[in-house]
Structure formats: C-alpha cells, structure tokens
Design a protein around this ligand. Structure first.
Ligand SMILES: Nc1ncnc2c1ncn2[C@@H]1O[C@H](COP(=O)(O)OP(=O)(O)OP(=O)(O)O)[C@@H](O)[C@H]1O
Length: 775
C-alpha cells in the first residue's frame, strides 16, 4: 500500500461534500479539478473486457458512459479519486465503486454484486431519457459477461478502501457487507445510515414494554373505538399492535383507513396516558407530533386529521380509560391535529445537511407519527431516528407499494417486505385475540415471526374504492406482483380486462402523436366523452352526486368568473375577496392533473407543459406568447415549488396559481393596472393564502404536466396518467400504481404507443438495500 492518502488517516472523508451533488443521469459536464484522461486506448474499443484489468481502459469506458449520460460524472470522479489516492486499487474495485456511487442517484443504497452480474445493464441509467440508443458504447453486460462473483469479491479486499461491515467500525470510504450469500458494496455514509436505522429500530422492538396497561383497560378502550365485529378488523389490530410497541408501521393502499386508524390510535394512547397517574402523580398527556416528508403531504394530513378528530366519538373511550374515566374535552384537546414537515420538525439549517435536533439535542416528544413514510429516504429516516429520544414511540404510516423517494433508500418498502403475510407469532396472536376479541386467521401466524413483523399491520380493505370502482380494481391489478402463478402474460391480461369492463370511473385515450387534438380535449375539458355516460349520473358512497370529469378549463373558468370586483388588492381583512377567489381557484385546480413519467422529450414535462399551454390558449383560456408559455409568467400559470424556501414559508411540492391582482393596495391608491402574483396555500393547512411576487420564487416550474414522482402525497379529482412512447427503466408497476392512486373520482390513462401499459406493469422496481432482511 504505497500512496495512502492523509484522508484515510483522518476521519472518513465526506465524499459527496468534496465532489458536489449532481442529479442522476444528466451529468455530462467534466468534473472540475480532475486530470485529463488519455485518449481511449484501442483496447477499450476492441476488447471491452480489458477494462476489468487495465485502469486506463476502465476510465476510457467510464468516460464514454458519462458522455452518454449512462453514468454520472460524479460516479466516475469518485473512482478517479480513489485511483489517485491509492495507486494499487484494482480496476474491478474502481468499477464497483463507480457503480455503487451511481446506484445512490437511482434510489439504491448499495451495489449488490451478484445482482449486478445477473443483470449488468440494470446497474447504469440505461437508456437515459431521450437517448435513442444509437451507436451505444459497450454495455455493462458485455463488460461483465465472463466475470465471476468470487473474482469481483476478491478485488474488494483492499483494507485502505474497503472495510468489512461485520468488523469494528473503521474509516474506509467503502464498506462491504456480506449476508445471506450477498455481497454488497456501500459508500460508508449510506452503510452508516442503514446501521443506525437497523440499530435504533431494533432497540425499540426489543425494549421492555412500559408498565403494561392493566389487562382490562386496553380491550375496553379498543372496544370503545371500533364497532363490534366477528371478523378480524385490521384497523383495530393495527391500533392494538401499535399501542404496545415503541416502533410501529401501519401500511395500506389508498383509502384503507390509515388516517382513521391513526386518529383512533392517538386517542387511545392519550386516553391511556390520561387514565394513569404520571411521574409526578397527576396524569400527563403524551407529547405527540405529526409530520410528513413534504409540505403538500403535511397539508393534506392536516386537513383530514382535523376533520376526523372533530368527528370522533370519545364518550365511550373516555369512560373506558383509567379508574374513573377521563375528561372528554381534555382528551379531545390532547389529540394533535397540526402536521409539520420533517425538515421543520428536525430544524433544518441552511447550507448544511445537519439538523438542529440530533442525538445530543433530541426532540422533546413522546410519540412521533410520520405520514407518507414511503417518501422518506434513508438519510432522513436515520436523522429522525437519531433525533428521537429512545423512549419515544415512532409510528410510520404509508403505502408500501408506492414509489419510494427519489433519493436513496426505500425504507418503508424494505421494512414492509413481509407485511402481506402477517407473520405474527403465537404469542402475538394470543395477545391480539385477547385484546381485540376476534381470532387471527391461521395464514397470518408464523412460529418463526421476527420482532419486526410483530410491529407491522397492513390494512387490507379500501373504504374509498369498492368492487364497482375501476380505479380500485385497476390499482389492485397493477399492484399484484408477478409470481409463479401470475406470470407476465396473466398480469397483462388482468390489467387489460379492467378496461373492457365498462367501469364508470376510468377511461383510456390513445394519442397518435403530440399534436393529436384528443389531448386538447382532455386538458381543456377533461374529455368526459371518454367515460361511460359522459361521466354523468354517478354518486359517491354517501349518495352525493359526483360531478363529471373536468380539465384545466375548469380552474381557468373559475379564475375568470369569480374574479373580485374590488378595484384594489387590500391588506389584512380587506384582502378577503382576493383570498377567497384564490382559494376557489386553487380548489378548482385540484380537480384535474395530468401526470407523466418523464421530464424530457415530447412526452415529458418539458414538452408537455408548452404543448398544454398552447391548447389552453387556442381554447381561449390563456393569453400568453409562445415564449411566455416556455419560460415566462402569465395569468393562470400553475407552478410547482421544487425546493423548500423557509424564508417564504414554501415547501417542495406546494402548488400555486399565478393571478393578476390590482396594483393598487388600498382604496385611495389610483386603481387601474394589475400585477401578477402567485397565490399559494399556506403549508400549515390553515387555509390562509400567501401572495408571492413571481420574481421572489427561486425554484418553481410550470405544472400543467407533473411527474408521478412529484405527485406523491397529492390526490386529484380527475387524474390523467400519460405513458411515454418508448420503453424506459423509469416506467415500472410502482410508478403506474402511484399514478393511478392519485385519482379520487376519475382516471384517464393516456397512451402514446400501444403496449406501453403492458410494458410498464410487468417491470418492477428492484431496490437494493440491506434493511428489512434481518431485523
Ligand atoms: N372502517 C371504516 N368504515 C367505513 N369507512 C371508513 C373506515 N375507515 C375509513 N373509512 C373512510 O374511508 C375514507 C378513507 O379513509 P382514510 O382517509 O382514513 O384512509 P387513508 O388510508 O388514510 O387514505 P389515503 O390513501 O388518502 O391516505 C374516509 O372517508 C374514511 O372516513
């Protein structure tokens, strides 16, 4: 080991801090400060496998991948950094390092060597959006065709760069982990996140329970919250399981009652706390906080939780708790309804990835509920767990089948890998049967159930979509995993059949090309003609009529017809007419949203946004030049906030509408001219409106088209999901499922080429991580 750098003698270098973060797949720029590599040697052209033994040939190949957008410049720079620092690093190790780094940009926490050898081309961003795959560089499958796992694994034996994860912590930049016969390579930071999560959840799962509530109280309290039933009520079981553990997960598809269940759980926990004498004698309610990963998700939960708490009957629960029962209004007041974002909860600080709250300055709370937990990445989950006092409860809510965060790590999905089967031990089943009073079916029992299984409950009945709902049926068919008795053919047929059954709430639209006027009809008026009976005559479960599907013309019409007559904008209470107007326009905007998979190309948001703008202009709803539609401001422009802005109180995911308001702020100013302002709902769910000048908005984009990734945590009355016209690794069943489940009443599936739905629903996201395997 000749050239060991001083970095390796200090603390572990923060590799990403040194090199700067870059988005996945688009980074074509050369990395500053890197030495120019020599011209690609012939070896890389002729014999691609030379790159496995020859460092120069390897870097020449990596360069070609970077040029093409298959690999990030950042990933190649990392390998180059190691090569400079440690002269004897074998090319196979450098290749593994570049690929491990690349996985982070694609949501994977590590590189799984065996999986990479089994499907090498999945290790790169192949093809990046917009790549036509002509004249491709050698593929990873050509490079790795003859490589044996044992050879690759042996190349990772390099103590200066790679540590063995099972040994005491070292400070190498890479960590190798070998479990279940898998060899995984991590960048140390991500290995550490995974270790922290595993350790902190494990400690919560094995913690001795607090003084057990007396055996009669819990069943009484649960009976007070849930209607009597002879069959297992999963909501009640979830509530019971979560009440006895410091870590709990409640997962379920859309409308399965996650919010309903957690409200009852909070009421239960508070009733139990108020019914017991606290440490100082007097009962003390628990300090509970509610949080979500984005502002949008926080606002949505805020609204639904406040409604549910108001509607919750607490009379019986209050009577059931403690010796003499508890006071109803104290109990109701103790249930929190305010939802914050995780960033705000942890106290994010500008320009650093560190938070104000951490192990040394923990959060002051007894329980934390995180909604939409599927969107929480591994770094954030590690930060939350580290900042949580050891005795505090953590309750995660979310849909395990939704797309995970764009950042690395699919923590909820990993934790819930076995949720479907229950895997409750006989002890758990006996306890559950005792407290909820209904038998646990045999198929959910497992003598070998693990501690993590005992803390997870999956809600299985949708109360929003019934058997008559095409949206519900389609979501279920798309979500069903491939398996021995459900091959690609069966799955494609099952999905196709849903569209042949005349469900009233789903429509399918095939477009010939980007100019097809059918797309105009959809985005302008929602294309009701695509639905049975033009969308008329439907009723919801309470018998209330459902209005037919609309397009963007709806909110633009509200913008026009509800415009206030007041000739000045006003301050404070005087602004009421404009606030009311903005609220109406924002609500109307939530009635339709077009979702797509990609950012680039004619069928990505970049092509679709101006295309839709022009359609709305042709229909007379917008006045904007082509240039304004592409990159300017105009009245009616819907914008999506793409980065948190704490100064303005805006959260990533917030949607605002650009409105023209009088320049005059008071009755005495001379009225006349108007000014564009963006109206955004306050992220605290209060219903207040923020009016922001366009020039102050640093990170926004037009959102006539929104990517499915960005739509997570939102729902729209009519959702149109547009699939691109070429296969793409982004197009997976998780993406289609997430897109479909954003629809509340109406779903239009837009296809730009036949077969793309088949293609998408049979491709599954494989997330690589070491979580969820052996808690
Ligand atoms: N056990 C139940 N019986 C009848 N209706 C229910 C039940 N549980 C929930 N609901 C109703 O179903 C709807 C969806 O419930 P809820 O919002 O709790 O589900 P969710 O899983 O949180 O939904 P989302 O997918 O929006 O996160 C609500 O209108 C709720 O009142």
């Amino acid at each position: 080991m000749s050239k060991r750098s001083k970095h390796h003698d200090d603390a572990t270098p923060d590799l990403f801090a040194d090199l700067g973060e870059e988005p996945a797949s688009n980074s074509q720029a050369p990395v500053k400060g890197l030495p120019a590599e020599p011209e690609p040697p012939q070896a890389a052209q002729g014999n691609v496998q030379a790159a496995l033994h020859d460092t120069q040939a390897l870097f020449a190949l990596l360069d070609r991948w970077v040029e093409r957008g298959w690999l990030r410049a950042l990933d190649r720079a990392l390998a180059s950094f190691f090569e400079r620092e440690v002269s004897d690093a074998p090319p196979l190790l450098l290749l593994a390092a570049a690929l491990a780094s690349h996985q982070l940009g694609r949501g994977h926490v590590c590189l799984d060597l065996a999986q990479t050898l089994a499907a090498p081309d999945l290790a790169l961003s192949l093809p990046p959006e917009g790549d036509d795959l002509s004249d491709p560089p050698p593929l990873p499958s050509e490079l790795l065709a003859e490589l044996e796992l044992a050879t690759w694994r042996a190349a990772l034996n390099h103590p200066a760069l790679v540590a063995d994860g099972s040994e005491p912590p070292g400070n190498t930049p890479l960590v190798r982990s070998e479990r279940d016969g898998n060899v995984r390579l991590y960048l140390r930071r991500y290995w550490q996140y995974e270790q922290n999560i595993r350790g902190l959840i494990g400690a919560r799962l094995t913690a001795t329970p607090e003084a057990e509530t007396d055996t009669a109280t819990l069943p009484r309290a649960l009976a007070a919250l849930f209607p009597q039933s002879h069959e297992l009520d999963w909501q009640q079981a979830a509530c019971a399981l979560a009440s006895r553990s410091r870590f709990a997960v409640i997962t379920g598809g859309p409308g399965t009652g996650k919010t309903t269940t957690v409200v009852k759980l909070l009421a239960l926990l508070q009733a139990l706390a108020l019914g017991e004498p606290g440490p100082a004698g007097a009962p003390r309610p628990l300090r509970i906080r509610l949080a979500a990963p984005t502002g949008k998700a926080a606002a949505r939960l805020n609204e639904s939780i406040a409604k549910q708490v108001q509607g919750l009957s607490l009379v019986e629960l209050a009577a059931a708790a403690g010796q003499q029962g508890v006071d109803i209004s104290t109990l109701r007041d103790s249930i929190p309804t305010e939802v914050t974002t995780l960033h705000r909860l942890l106290g994010s600080r500008p320009d650093t990835r560190h938070f104000r709250h951490h192990a040394g300055n923990p959060l002051a709370l007894d329980a934390l509920v995180i909604d939409e937990a599927s969107m929480v990445d591994i770094e954030m989950m590690a930060a939350v767990l580290t900042a949580l006092p050891p005795k505090a409860r953590l309750i995660l809510l979310g849909d395990k089948d939704q797309l995970a965060s764009v950042e690395a790590g699919a923590v909820l999905g990993d934790l819930c890998q076995r949720a479907e089967g229950g895997h409750y031990t006989p002890a758990t089943c006996d306890w559950l049967e005792r407290v909820i009073g209904t038998p646990i079916p045999e198929r959910y029992r497992d003598e070998a159930g693990q501690p993590l299984d005992q803390a997870i409950a999956m809600l299985r009945v949708s109360h929003r979509f019934d058997a008559k709902s095409g949206i519900g049926q389609l979501a279920e068919a798309v979500n069903r995993p491939l398996g021995p008795d459900h091959g690609q053919k069966e799955k494609k047929r099952a999905v196709r059949e849903i569209f042949q059954q005349d469900y009233a709430d789903i429509a399918r639209l095939a477009l010939a090309d980007a100019d097809d006027p059918a797309l105009d009809r959809l985005v302008v008026n929602g294309n009701p003609a695509g639905f049975a009976n033009s969308g008329a005559g439907r009723h919801d479960r309470r018998g209330e009529p459902i209005t037919p599907p609309v397009g963007y013309g709806h909110y633009l019409e509200v913008m026009k017809s509800a415009r206030p007559a007041q000739p000045y904008f006003g301050e404070g209470d005087e602004r009421q007419p404009y606030d009311d107007w903005a609220r109406q326009v924002l609500t109307a905007h939530g009635h339709f949203q077009l979702l797509c998979a990609l950012r680039k190309g004619a069928w990505g948001i970049q092509g679709l946004n101006p295309r839709i703008g022009r359609a709305l202009r042709r229909a007379g709803w917008l006045k904007a030049s082509d240039l304004e539609l592409e990159q300017g401001w105009f009245e009616g422009r819907p914008v999506l906030v793409t980065r948190n802005d704490y100064g303005l109180g805006l959260m990533n995911g917030d949607i605002g509408i650009t409105l023209a308001v009088p320049e005059a702020r008071s009755a005495i100013d001379s009225p006349g001219r108007t000014l564009l302002r963006v109206a955004l709902p306050a992220s605290d769910g209060s219903g207040d409106i923020k009016w922001v000048l366009p020039s102050r908005l640093q990170a926004v984009e037009t959102v006539f088209a929104m990517t499915v990734h960005k739509s997570q945590g939102s729902e729209f009355t009519h959702t149109a999901l547009l699939l691109p016209d070429a296969p793409n690794p982004i197009l997976t069943r998780e993406l289609v499922y997430t897109g479909i489940t954003r629809a509340r009443d109406w779903l239009t599936l837009v296809e730009t080429r036949r077969g793309m739905l088949d293609e998408a629903v049979t491709r599954e996201v494989v997330r690589v991580s070491g979580l969820g395997k052996e808690q």
